[in-house]
Design a binder for this molecule. Structure first.
Ligand code: FAD
Ligand code: PHB
Length: 389
């Protein structure tokens, strides 16, 4: 099999790229380890930045999203039983966030790619990348029915997430890796509970952070800061609700939290990891394959889509004009945004968490929140980074 581009991984990065280049007549095949049903129902992120939506819209890929997604321009912080809101959209060009679950993004992108004649191979295994520094790299895999198959391509797009095969296919010593363990953990909870809030809530409490995030009119996402080393099974559903009630509590308010059936409970690895450069020979790394970020600030899916748009434009320019300029600057272009997002996410991590072993940092977090509550200049900077500069 010969294709211009072999795309490894059908997450937001791989599917955005595949749609983008297919629209410009660049042929590709997408190889995905999981089944279609699995990727279309895997709940993960839920917030799209304005610019991600604008990009999808410009490609005609946002029809359902624009009809169904809720727009949000305000978030709420709670500390010491008091609440304040930041209307970040008003502070930054009226740009809003769109609440639209990642699995719906994936479903839409698979649908549009297949409708336009795209080729996705689901449930593949033993994916191997070869000859990455030659002009004809290849990808080999075993198909769902057990047949070993191979595609030779001009380029390989490694969009297979943090645990994929693309990054480990690069020889040792080529990439510089930057890793940081944030020293905190989140228990992520998905509940069949209608949202108890119109705006995302970030609560700093002496027991640890609690977050109330939004997904749909009947499903909500909650996060609880838990001690490092916690297992999801350490927390009963009752303990989860008790902690959420306690950490969100407001003094002198009638606000209440609506409970519901807990349908997912898992501990998130709060780690940041970036590799430089984001390419090797004809292999280009996109999204989580090149960088992971904490969920704080909701940047991961948006960075993945930005990589796809940047790489897609570079490929289109290469095939239309022969110019390699975009391919040469791809890594630097993406890394600038990645590091800016990492810096913001880290800044937010420090603002909303309690370090029980070091109360000093708890006080710093409170001081930062007070600054945010009081200072229009600080709020404007927050808004710019939160919306996505
Ligand atoms: P992925 O979505 O991981 O896609 C990679 C794909 O490659 C997968 O489908 C995988 O099955 C496939 N694959 C893996 N190995 C192979 C292989 N060997 N061969 C073929 N295919 C392979 N981000 C936000 O922006 N906002 C949020 O609110 C947010 N919340 C999050 C909450 C949770 C609980 C989690 C876990 C993540 C969250 N993120 C959030 C991060 C976001 O989900 C990721 O950054 C995003 O999925 C990255 O997209 P991707 O396409 O790079 O990788
Ligand atoms: C989420 O929707 O899961 C989310 C939103 C905002 C954050 C973190 C997570 O800062």
């Amino acid at each position: 099999m010969k294709r211009a581009v072999a795309v490894v991984g059908a997450g937001p990065a791989g599917l955005t790229l595949a749609n983008l280049i297919q629209q410009s007549g660049i042929d590709c095949v997408v190889l995905e380890k999981a089944s279609r049903a699995h990727v279309e129902t895997r709940p993960r992120a839920g917030v799209l930045e304005h610019r991600s939506v604008t990009m999808l819209e410009s490609l005609g890929l946002a029809d359902r999203l624009l009809m169904e997604a809720d727009r949000h321009g305000t978030c709420e912080f709670r500390v010491n039983g008091q609440a304040f809101q930041v209307s970040y959209s008003d502070l930054y060009g009226n740009q809003k966030h769109y609440v639209y679950p990642q699995q719906e993004v994936v479903k839409d992108l698979i649908g549009s790619f297949l409708d336009a004649g795209g080729d996705i191979r689901f449930s593949v295994s033993d994916v191997e990348l070869r000859d990455l520094t030659s002009s004809t790299p290849s990808v080999h895999w075993t198909s769902a029915d057990g047949v070993r198959t191979c595609v030779s391509a001009d380029f390989v797009a490694g969009c297979d997430g943090f645990h994929g095969v693309s990054r480990p296919s690069i020889p040792d010593g080529v990439l510089t890796e930057f890793t940081h363990q944030h020293g905190i953990e989140w228990l992520a909870i998905l509940a069949e509970a209608p949202p108890s809030t119109k705006a995302i809530i970030y609560a700093l409490h002496e027991d640890g952070f609690a977050g109330h995030m939004l997904r749909s009119p009947s499903v909500s996402r909650f996060y609880l800061q838990v001690p490092v080393g916690t297992k999801a099974s350490d927390w009963s559903d009752e303990q989860v609700w008790e902690a959420l009630h306690k950490r969100f509590a407001l003094q002198g308010s009638t606000w209440s939290l609506t409970e519901g059936k807990i349908i997912e409970k898992r501990v998130l690895d709060m780690r940041s990891h970036v590799v430089e450069p984001m390419s090797y020979g004809r292999l280009y790394l996109l999204g989580d394959a090149a960088h992971i970020i904490t969920p704080v600030g909701a940047k991961g899916m948006n960075l993945a889509m930005n990589d796809a748009a940047t790489f897609g434009r570079a490929l289109i320019s290469f095939y239309e004009t022969g110019s390699e300029a975009g391919l040469k600057t791809y890594s630097d272009d993406c890394l600038r945004r990645v590091w800016r997002a990492q810096e913001f996410s880290q800044w937010m991590v420090n603002m909303i968490h309690t370090d029980v072993s070091s109360p000093f940092f708890g006080r710093l977090a409170q001081a930062r929140l007070e600054h945010l509550a009081e200072s229009p200049a600080y709020r404007a900077t927050f808004a710019e980074n939160y919306v996505g500069p």
